[in-house]
Design a protein around this ligand. Structure first.
Ligand code: SF4
Length: 151
C-alpha cells in the first residue's frame, strides 16, 4: 500500500486527522489522536472559522510524483525537516500512522522527534523555515514563523 504523507491536505486520498495543532509558549505543537479519524467534511467543518489545516494535521496518501517535494524516490521535505530542525521531543510521539508514514520510513526517529512542531499552513514564516519548506528564501527581519507547509 502507498505511504502516507503526514502533512497533507483535506480532500486527498485516505485523508485522516492525525492530530490537533495546539500552542505551547507561542509555538505550534501537535497533539496526536490515539485513533484514526477520517477527515470527513463534518469533521473538517469543526475548524471554522479557521482553515482545516490551521487546526488539524492531516495525513493522506503520499502524492509522490504529483508533489513538488518528491524527487522520484524520497520526500525532500521529510529530509529537510529531519536534518534542518532541532528535535522538539525526546521520545517518539504516539502516532497512529507510523507503520505507513513516508517520513518515518525514510528518516526514522529523527522525523518523529521533529514532527510535533510541523503545521501544514502558516502565514508567518522565517527565512530558515522557508528553506526547510522548500520555498524561496526571502529575508524578512522580524519574521518568526515556524511551520513548513505542504504544497
Ligand atoms: S510522528 Fe513520526 S510516524 Fe507519526 S506522522 Fe510524524 S513522522 Fe510520521
Amino acid at each position: 500500500m502507498s505511504k502516507l504523507c503526514p502533512s497533507a491536505q483535506p480532500g486527498m486520498d485516505r485523508a485522516t486527522v492525525l492530530g490537533i495543532v495546539q500552542e505551547d509558549g507561542g509555538r505550534p505543537v501537535v497533539a496526536y489522536l490515539n485513533e484514526r479519524l477520517p477527515a470527513t467534511p463534518d469533521i473538517l467543518a469543526l475548524s471554522k472559522p479557521l482553515k482545516p489545516t490551521e487546526v488539524f494535521r492531516i495525513a493522506a496518501t503520499c502524492a509522490e510524483n504529483k508533489c513538488p517535494h518528491f524527487d522520484g524516490a524520497d520526500c525532500r521535505l521529510a529530509t529537510r525537516v529531519a536534518t534542518m530542525l532541532p528535535a522538539v521531543v525526546d521520545r517518539l510521539p504516539p502516532c497512529t500512522i507510523r507503520k505507513e508514514c513516508r517520513w518515518y520510513s525514510q528518516e526514522g526517529e529523527a522525523a518523529c522527534k521533529r514532527c510535533p512542531e510541523i503545521t501544514t499552513v502558516t502565514y508567518d514564516i522565517s527565512p530558515h523555515m522557508r528553506e526547510v519548506s522548500g520555498l524561496p528564501v526571502v529575508e524578512e527581519p522580524g519574521s518568526t514563523g515556524v511551520a513548513p507547509p505542504h504544497t
